[in-house]
Design a protein around this ligand. Structure first.
Ligand SMILES: [Zn+2]
Length: 569
């Protein structure tokens, strides 16, 4: 009989999924660091996860089960603990006598099968499901189980703290706060909130004391959503715990404080930036989440059109000049610049960033955090940086004339300068520079391209609902209906996979202003934003709204979402 390893190898080779050479490479990697052969082959990008599930299903004559359409009973989920489910990528589906039907990504995962048999003495019927389906199901069902636990935890926490109530106010001494923040219930409650935020891919957690309750909100795909409402008694333990983690002053309640901490959640390190603000009902905590596993810094994966990628690639190769990315806060400007810098990073280039604060560490790039409170401003950071004569400089933002003046001079003297501006459109950024006091001729000689961008939520593929739009309605929206045969669009509905929001994940849309002779002339004459935009459109610039319609026509978002994030042309 063939061993598992040989059986897998045979399946991969017979199906021409990988070559003998690739198999050797994967086996060597496995001998070096252990792990499952199937995982390693996917990790090395020899095959895709979906291909693997499909081939295993056909070769082993086991059905490929669509988990999305199946509801698992909560008593069945409890048969296997969350950590084991995550470790082996499995989830129990149903039970018949002493055997369970078990969805797995890889039924040849002998380790999982052995350990479960020893664990509960169960008979296992393996069923294949895709990696993505199983992971979503694990997130969904095990977080529902955690939700039940949190109610018990709230009770435990409240009974564990001795509340000294004075004139209806909850008052704690510094020693009491110190004690509470280090006790298990406060730690558990805080961890549970943070873990839930990571599972839901939130970018921010707000912990807000209201009149008589504590509200927890998550920012998911750019929008705030209420996550939980706790009794007010939870406020002091959770906020104190967060302050202890970020090494802030837990006895101070009257002034804003900020800090950061790193912690391990769901098996990976996640960074948090903390902002504490005193409000009339007590301290509000905002936690900004920097989860590297959720952010791709690959410029090709952010969602830019081939047209935008082409322009970005071209201007990034220049030896000098200024490139601006603009958009409101939360429109993904910094991630775009990080991704560009990452693509440009090589041993022969000196790249420096000046930021407030540094959001992600980029390997091989010197990143500087400004400290305006001690006089180390963006402008001061630029001056110090220029002494080291870098090839490429990224300035996190341009707060004032002094900074833009140094940035432009650097761009004119042999440096490639990237920065962001909080303008809403590409043409608007040019007007903003003029309003800041920059001479139009300097804009013309330094600026090589301005890109305005937005993040657009993608409609959830599991629950999106198709509908057709009549021609007049489409024409009213200025949709280019000639590009498609059928006016089929999608509505966001909401299901358990998108946490009832109807959307899942985001993509980028952008408009890129390039500088023709005519546009230079308009800038010299201090023309209005509107005239610059109209000329750019005549020369072929696609606006943010038009880029949004492109995503709608691909079936990836809704008309409502495009109307929400982009202004009419
Ligand atoms: Zn959905």
């Amino acid at each position: 009989m063939l061993s598992i390893k040989d059986r897998l190898s045979e399946i991969f080779i017979n199906n021409k999924l990988i070559t003998e050479g690739q198999l050797d490479q994967a086996l060597k990697a496995q001998a070096g660091r252990g792990g499952k052969l199937s995982d390693i082959i996917v990790e090395l990008k020899f095959i895709k996860q979906a291909q693997l599930s499909d081939t295993l299903s056909k070769s082993l004559a086991l059905p490929l089960f669509d988990l999305k359409c199946f509801k698992i009973d909560s008593d069945i989920v409890k048969i296997i603990p969350a950590d084991i489910a995550r470790l082996y990528q499995i989830i129990p589906l149903s039970k018949e006598g002493d055997s369970i039907n078990l969805a797995m990504t890889d039924p040849l995962n002998i380790l999982a099968i052995h350990s479960l048999r020893e664990f509960r003495g169960l008979k296992l019927n393996p069923i294949i499901s895709s990696f993505q389906d199983i992971n979503q199901a694990i997130d969904l069902y095990y977080s529902a189980a955690a939700k039940v636990n949190i109610d018990n935890l709230v009770r435990e926490l409240i009974s564990s703290i001795e509340i000294v109530k004075r004139k209806k106010e909850v008052f704690f001494s510094e020693q009491e706060l110190e004690r509470i923040s280090r006790e298990a219930p406060a730690i558990k409650a805080t961890n549970m909130v943070l873990e839930e935020a990571i599972k839901k891919k939130a970018s921010e957690v707000l912990i807000e004391p209201l009149d008589n309750k504590l509200r927890i909100r998550f920012r998911i795909d750019g929008l705030l959503q209420e996550q939980d409402v706790f009794p007010m008694d939870m406020h002091a333990p959770i906020v104190s715990r967060i302050k202890v983690m970020a090494e802030l002053d837990i006895a101070e309640h009257g002034i804003p404080q900020d800090g950061c901490f790193k912690t391990n959640i769901l098996g990976r390190q996640v960074d948090f930036n903390i902002f504490i603000l005193p409000t009339s009902y007590g301290e509000k905590a905002a936690l900004r989440i920097l989860d590297k596993a959720q952010v791709s810094l690959d410029i090709k994966e952010l969602g830019f059109s081939d047209y935008c990628l082409g322009i970005l690639a071209r201007v990034s190769c220049l030896s000098h000049g200024m490139i601006l990315v603009c958009g409101p806060a939360g429109s993904g400007k910094t991630i775009t610049l990080y991704a560009v810098l990452k693509s440009l990073n090589s041993l022969d280039k000196n790249i420096v960033t000046i930021e407030d604060p540094v959001e992600f560490q980029l390997e091989g790039v010197n990143q500087v955090t400004v400290k305006p409170e001690i006089g180390f401003s963006f402008a001061a950071g630029m001056r110090s940086t220029l002494l080291q004569d870098p090839n490429i400089i990224m300035i996190g933002e341009i707060p004032d004339y002094e900074t833009v003046d140094i940035a432009i001079k650097s761009a004119l003297t042999g440096h490639l300068v990237f920065s962001t501006l909080q303008a809403t459109t590409a043409a608007g950024a040019v007007s903003q520079l003029v309003n800041m006091g920059v001479e139009p001729y300097l804009i013309n000689s330094s600026l090589v391209c301005v890109m305005a961008q937005r993040l657009l939520r993608k409609v959830c593929p599991y629950c999106k609902e198709a509908y057709t739009l009549n021609k007049e309605a489409a024409a009213n929206l200025k949709l280019d209906v000639h590009k498609i045969n059928k006016l089929q669009f999608y509505k966001a509905k909401g299901c358990r996979y998108c946490f009832n929001t109807g959307y899942s994940g985001r993509t980028v849309i952008a408009e890129v202003l390039q500088f023709s002779h005519k546009i230079h002339e308009l800038i010299l004459n201090r023309a209005e934003e509107y005239s610059i935009k109209q000329q750019a459109r005549l020369e072929g610039m696609q606006t943010l709204r038009e880029a949004g319609w492109g995503v709608v026509l691909k079936g990836q978002t809704t008309i409502e979402e495009v109307l929400r994030v982009s202004a009419p042309d």
